[in-house]
Design a protein around this ligand. Structure first.
Ligand SMILES: NC(=O)c1ccc[n+]([C@@H]2O[C@H](COP(=O)([O-])OP(=O)(O)OC[C@H]3O[C@@H](n4cnc5c(N)ncnc54)[C@H](O)[C@@H]3O)[C@@H](O)[C@H]2O)c1
Length: 342
């Protein structure tokens, strides 16, 4: 097991890469523990959970809301727990985001830990202390920063994931390499097939390196005042694509990274052979680099994006593979890039 540490403003979090669900008992108190999970994870892994009460929630972005939070508060209240209660989320990003929020707010905060069961949540969602739910049509707009005590990343649990869930995680993995580490990018290029096949040593390497990058960034800028914004590479445009076309988040991020790389080249920042390497790697990982959508709708969605200021939008661009910067982009340049792609 490799352990990485996040040093939050108030608390520390240990990310345990290669740890097993079966060792969960080593990390939790003896009493008043509650597990929060979803139906699929419960069906697949419930028989391996410690014998403590299990609160099961639904699935999909549609349940990531305050109604689900309310129902969890009610169940905790009914059980009569006090401030020594402990929550363990076992699931993907949705379960962890909701459980982290409930734990952070119930009785003004009780302690909690995660067992991350999707590739996306292992490399991204459960690392960094952002907890919360969707509200009023906006994603993750209600929430808080608060670090779990521990995050168990068990590579064996990834074997039961749908291939599309693997691809979503791989998109964030490419993002980490593209913005921070060219040697990591080379590694992914030469292990793309093994990654898609979930070869254990490759997956452990990817989770470890991605978590290290995210941990470094979060340790510098927990509250996203500067450096952490770079983790939005591919997301400014990706969110608009996700909204307009309904493609899964990871696929939208792949398209968003393609747009951002092309913009970087159009701005004379990124050499065109590097831009092409990014597209080739995404394609090798079965991720999309082009799409069909109504351009007007896309522009509307971008305009609503909270990052928009005046006639320009802040994009995360690359000046080389492994190094990102934040830059204002004129809408006309974006349109020219879109004419090529969309
Ligand atoms: N907090 C953050 O910093 C952060 C970062 C990125 C994404 N997110 C959030 O994460 C969410 C997406 O997370 P996700 O992709 O993990 O989605 P998810 O939690 O919906 O999981 C995807 C699906 O996989 C199933 N599943 C989970 N583990 C499984 C396993 N081991 N085997 C088989 N099936 C399994 C789930 O039941 C679900 O149906 C979004 O809501 C997003 O906003 C948060």
């Amino acid at each position: 097991v490799e352990t990485l540490e996040i040093k939050g403003e108030r608390e520390r979090s240990r990310i345990l890469v290669g740890e097993s669900l079966d060792n969960l008992l080593n990390y939790i108190p003896k009493e008043q523990v509650f597990i929060i999970t979803d139906e699929t994870v419960h069906r697949l892994y419930g028989h391996r959970f410690p014998s403590v009460p299990v609160l099961t929630i639904g699935e999909g972005e549609g349940i990531k809301n305050l109604d689900t939070v309310n129902s969890l508060y009610e169940q905790l209240l009914d059980s009569g727990v006090d401030r020594t209660a402990y929550l363990v989320a076992i699931g993907g990003g949705i379960v962890c985001d909701i459980a982290g929020f409930v734990a952070s707010t119930y009785l003004r905060g009780i302690r909690f830990g995660f067992v991350s069961t999707t590739l996306l949540s292992q490399v991204d969602a459960s690392v960094g202390g952002k907890n919360g739910v969707n509200f009023g049509g906006y994603k993750n707009i209600i929430g808080c920063f608060n670090q779990p005590d521990f995050v168990i990343c068990d590579p064996d649990m990834l074997k039961t994931l749908e291939p599309k869930e693997i691809r979503c995680g791989l998109a964030e993995i490419v993002k980490h390499a593209a913005i921070k580490d060219s040697s990591y990018f080379n590694y992914i290029e030469s292990h793309a097939e093994q990654a898609l096949a979930l070869e254990r040593s490759v997956i452990e390497q990817l989770v470890y390196r991605s978590v290290s990058i995210k941990a470094d960034v979060v340790n510098q800028d927990e509250r996203e005042k500067g450096e952490r914004r770079k983790l939005n590479f591919g997301h400014t445009f990706g969110h608009a694509v996700e909204k307009v076309t309904g493609v899964p988040h990871g696929e939208a991020v792949s398209i968003g990274m393609t747009v951002a790389a092309r913009l970087s080249t159009a701005e004379d920042l990124l050499a065109s052979d590097e831009q092409q390497r990014i597209e080739r790697l995404l394609q090798a990982l079965s991720l999309p680099t082009s799409f069909t959508a109504n351009k007007e709708q896309l522009k509307d969605a971008l305009a609503k994006d909270k990052k928009r200021e005046g006639s320009s939008i802040h994009f995360i661009l690359l000046d080389t593979i492994g190094h990102a910067l934040v830059k204002e982009i004129d809408l006309t340049l974006l349109e020219a890039v879109l004419d090529d792609m969309c």
